[in-house]
Design a protein around this ligand. Structure first.
Ligand code: F6R
Length: 242
C-alpha cells in the first residue's frame, strides 16, 4: 500500500520524513537503514542530526547501506556519495562507520563489486527501512527508465537527462561520471518499509506518473505501488498535479 503524506513545503517534508526514520531507530535500535543522497534528503538528515544532538536518537547500533555510488570517483571527491554521506550525516552522529556501506566506486571491476554489494545486503538480513528520492525521469537509485526492472546491484550508464540534472554539482557536464553502481529494483523492493521523499514543482509531473500512470520499468518508481508498505512524503508543489 502506498500512503501519501502532503506537507506544506520542504522543511515540513524534511521534519515529517525524519520523524518516520527516527521512529524506526527508536523502535529497533539495530535497524538496517537504506539511505539515499541527492538534494532532497539533506534537510531530513539535518533533522536526524538534531535528534541525535538532543538525545532522542542513538545510532550506535544502526547499520546502513546506500543505494548507489558513481563509478570512478575517489572517496574524497566532493561529489562522491561516500563524501556526501559523511558530510551530511555520518560525521555528525554516533554511528559506527564500519557499519555504514556504499558501493565502492573506486572498484572498476563492475561485476565483482555488484556481486559483493548484493551479498552484503543479504548478509545484513535485508533492509528495515529504505529511503528514496525520485529522479525527474522516475529513476530510483540509479535505476533509469528501461525495458525491464533490474533485480540486483548493477552498473548502469547514466541517461542524458540524469547527466544534465546532476551537472549542477560538477564544474561542467563533461565532468559528470557516465557510470554508476546502484542497488537493483529487486533489492529495493525487498526492504520491509520504503520512505520516498519529493519536493518542488519540477517533480510534479513524475509524481503524477508514479502514482497514476501504468506500473512500468519506463517509470521505475511506479513499481513501488506493488510494495506493501510505502510512504511518500511530498510537499504541495511536488503533489500539485495529483
Ligand atoms: C540518490 C539517488 C537518486 C536521487 C534522485 C533525486 O542516492 O539514488 O535516485 O534520489 O536523483 O535527486 P534529488 O533529491 O537531488 O532531486
Amino acid at each position: 500500500m502506498l500512503k501519501v503524506i502532503r506537507t506544506k513545503n520542504y522543511d515540513d517534508m524534511s521534519r515529517k520524513a525524519a520523524n518516520i526514520i527516527a521512529a524506526q531507530v527508536i523502535l529497533k535500535s539495530d535497524s538496517v537503514l537504506g539511505l539515499a543522497t541527492g538534494s532532497t534528503p539533506v534537510g531530513l538528515y539535518r533533522e536526524l542530526i538534531r535528534g541525535y544532538e538532543n538525545g532522542d536518537l542513538d545510532f550506535s547500533h544502526v547499520r546502513t547501506v546506500n543505494l548507489d555510488e558513481y563509478q570512478g570517483l575517489p572517496r574524497e571527491h566532493d561529489q562522491s556519495y561516500y563524501y556526501f554521506m559523511n558530510e551530511n550525516l555520518f560525521k555528525h552522529i554516533n554511528i559506527n562507520l564500519d557499519q555504514t556501506h556504499l558501493p565502492d566506486g573506486t572498484n572498476m571491476d563492475a561485476e565483482g563489486e555488484c556481486g559483493r554489494y548484493h551479498e552484503l545486503i543479504e548478509s545484513m538480513g535485508g533492509i528495515d527501512l529504505q529511503l528514496l528520492g525520485i529522479g525527474n525521469n522516475g529513476h530510483i537509485g540509479f535505476n533509469e527508465p528501461a525495458d525491464a526492472f533490474a533485480d540486483h546491484t548493477h552498473c548502469i550508464r547514466l541517461t542524458e537527462s540524469t547527466i544534465k540534472a546532476n551537472a549542477r554539482f560538477f564544474a561542467s557536464e563533461a565532468d559528470v561520471p557516465r557510470y554508476a553502481y546502484t542497488m537493483g529494483i529487486g533489492e529495493i523492493m525487498t526492504a520491509k518499509k520504503i520512505l520516498i521523499v519529493a519536493s518542488g514543482k519540477a517533480k510534479a509531473p513524475i509524481i503524477r506518473e508514479m502514482l497514476n500512470g501504468p506500473v512500468t520499468p519506463q517509470v521505475p518508481a511506479s513499481v513501488l505501488r506493488f510494495h506493501k508498505d510505502v510512504v511518500l512524503v511530498a510537499d504541495e508543489e511536488a503533489l500539485s498535479l495529483v
